[in-house]
Ligand binder design. Structure first.
Ligand SMILES: [Zn+2]
Length: 229
């Protein structure tokens, strides 16, 4: 399952609605997700031998779907929204909703660690594992991640889940808020689910990895230059 955090500004159905509204995807692909209460799911028809309308399946879709399916199978993630706060000198901080992102120091004290971005790699969203998942990654040669080694703070109860954070609004230097549109949100959702799925599958998940970057670039291109929703 992929539960949506109770503090997310976008519900499971809200994510489905954004995907439905995007102008960047062929119609059949807009039906890839369904909502079941607080849970976002991959529609059952995509789990079997779905017959794609001829000539409409981009090359990235199969590797993406395989990765995304791993994220669901491992059941180690939750989805939430976040605010990208613009700071002076082209810096930005991502503030996720309902989860704490940070690090434990050697004495096991928690420090929140703002996710700083200076370019576009972290602007739309971020995928942050749990300590357990991170420990597993560090055992692999593909351990390199494109964030600064932060993890999701474990809750006192319930299953520990990594966070897939989708930026849904931007706060400018004067505190003004602007909302991301359905194309932005859907593009980020596909992007971050590829990160999470590759992590769950034990496959390359860093922008520094050529195999990862080849797929993620064509996903980005899918969401580039389409008309406003
Ligand atoms: Zn990325």
């Amino acid at each position: 399952m992929l539960p949506v955090n109770p503090n997310s500004r976008i519900s499971a159905q809200g994510f489905v609605d954004n995907v439905t509204k995007t102008t960047c995807l062929p119609d059949w692909m807009k039906t890839v997700f369904v909502a079941n209460g607080h849970d976002l799911q991959i529609a059952a028809k995509f789990k079997g031998s779905y017959t794609f309308p001829k000539g409409t399946k981009p090359a990235w879709f199969d590797p993406w779907l395989i990765a995304a399916t791993s994220a669901w199978q491992q059941d180690e993630w939750e989805l939430t929204t976040g605010t990208l706060e613009m700071k002076p000198k082209d810096l930005s901080i991502m503030v996720p909703d309902g989860v704490s992102i940070g690090k434990f120091d050697p004495d096991h004290n928690w420090t929140n660690f703002p996710v700083l971005g200076t370019d576009d790699t972290g602007a739309g969203g971020i995928t942050v594992p749990t300590q357990d998942t991170k420990d597993g990654l560090n055992a692999l040669s593909d351990a390199d991640l494109h964030y600064s080694g932060v993890i999701v703070k474990p809750g006192k109860t319930g299953k520990a889940r990594g966070a897939i954070v989708i930026v849904d609004r931007i706060k400018d230097l004067k505190g003004g808020l602007s909302q991301m549109n359905a194309n932005d949100i859907t593009g980020t959702l596909f992007h971050e689910l590829f990160h999470a799925g590759q992590i769950s599958a034990g496959l390359p998940n860093s922008h520094k990895d050529k195999r990862f970057e080849t797929v993620i670039q064509v996903i980005a291109a899918q969401f580039d230059g389409c008309t406003a929703p």
